[in-house]
Design a protein around this ligand. Structure first.
Ligand code: CU
Length: 366
């Protein structure tokens, strides 16, 4: 089951994927029981209502906290926001709280080689730890996370919980790296717009780090034989099944091209949570998954590829950029639990399927 996409891509590529079936017998009765409860189970020591600061910020840019927000905007890694989306930050009290212990993430290109290796080593550490035993048939601690996502997948995609559930999931992953594997750096994000259309050239996908991003082999994924996760055997997935298979990828740069700044900016024009959620989930989120392909293109089993976290760090970052436009966006969500199927979303008529849009035409998108 691949990820759902917008009915028409922003540049008009006619990639259409049907909404995934929700009839997953083995998941019946397991859903909607409280996202926090299951995350509590996997990370019981963590206080859910606290946002921990990064224990160490290894990047040189941050200065002693005076105003966390201005630090972020001044840091060289910070996105240069479109004036239309300039952040209007929180109330003074919230800003002060944040300033006391800012938890900043750094773009991969501003992450030092030492930081990058620390991240990769932390993930490998989780893979080498025994499973908790609560998420069978997981065979290691990392697969506990893969299994949770597999179990919850029908409940946390194609609806309005998508963004917040995955934010919390990413945060939990970060805390597990810190608490269980000694990761002590600022966390990372990936600005995919810099690599749209050429993900395979991104140096994260290299023998030094996450391994290459090859094309398909005979129409299927290509097993990853280089990098930190070379020859990794996954035991959760594919799909609802659980059988040993290799970590594989199958890049489709036509899909990764949709992870563009234009698409990001288009979604940022959405003013309500459900509108932004749908634009973002079925837009660059779906294209990023399907663009990396194979394991990453499997809705249920995608966490098996550590690239999942990098992709979702991008998804989470832009969600935050959207939230920063208005304070209410940080505390309010809306929409229905079950809704949000692709069919509910009507792409703008300007998204013509036949004629790819030029960049100049993009600016006229409402
Ligand atoms: Cu997911």
């Amino acid at each position: 089951m691949r990820f759902s996409l917008a009915a028409q891509a922003l540049y008009g590529a006619s990639i259409v994927v049907a909404a995934p079936s929700m009839s997953l017998d083995d998941l019946q009765g397991r859903i909607e029981d409280g996202i926090k409860d299951i995350i509590k189970e996997i990370a019981p020591a963590l206080k859910l209502d606290q946002t921990p600061g990064a224990h160490t910020i290894s990047h040189a840019s941050p200065k002693p906290p005076m105003d966390a927000i201005s630090q972020v905007s001044q840091a060289k890694h910070a996105q240069k926001p479109n004036p239309a989306f300039q952040s209007k930050f929180a109330s003074p009290s919230a800003a002060q709280q944040c300033a006391q212990n800012p938890n900043m993430r750094f773009e991969w290109r501003d992450y030092s080689n030492s930081d990058r290796h620390a991240l990769v080593d932390g993930i490998k550490c989780l893979m080498n730890k025994p499973p908790s035993g609560k998420f069978q048939p997981s065979t290691n601690r990392y697969e506990d996370l893969v299994r949770i996502h597999q179990q919850y997948a029908p409940n946390i995609h194609n609806n309005n919980k998508f963004l917040i559930w995955h934010r919390y999931f990413l945060w939990t992953f970060e805390q597990m790296l810190r608490e269980e594997c000694g990761f002590d750096r600022a966390f990372v994000f990936w600005d995919e717009t810099k690599d749209a259309g050429h993900f395979a050239e991104f140096d994260m996908f290299s023998p030094q780090f996450f391994g290459s991003l090859p094309g398909p082999t005979d129409g299927a994924g290509t097993c990853i034989r280089d990098g930190a996760f070379a020859n990794t055997t996954l035991n959760i997935g594919p799909g609802t099944g659980n059988s040993p298979h290799c970590l594989s990828r199958a890049v489709d740069e036509t899909a990764t091209a949709q992870c563009s700044k234009d698409f990001e900016n288009y979604c940022l024009t959405k003013t309500t949570y459900p509108e932004f959620e749908q634009c973002w989930e079925y837009g660059p989120h779906g294209y990023g998954h399907n663009g990396i392909g194979s394991v990453m293109g499997d809705v249920l089993g995608s966490v098996g590829d550590p690239a999942f976290w990098m992709h979702h760090s991008y998804i989470d970052r832009v969600f935050r950029v959207w939230q920063n436009v208005d304070e209410s966006r940080r505390t309010t969500i809306s929409g229905t639990i079950a809704g949000g199927a692709p069919s509910l979303w009507t792409p703008p008529s300007s998204w013509a399927a036949s004629a790819p849009m030029s960049r100049s035409a993009m600016s006229s998108i409402p």
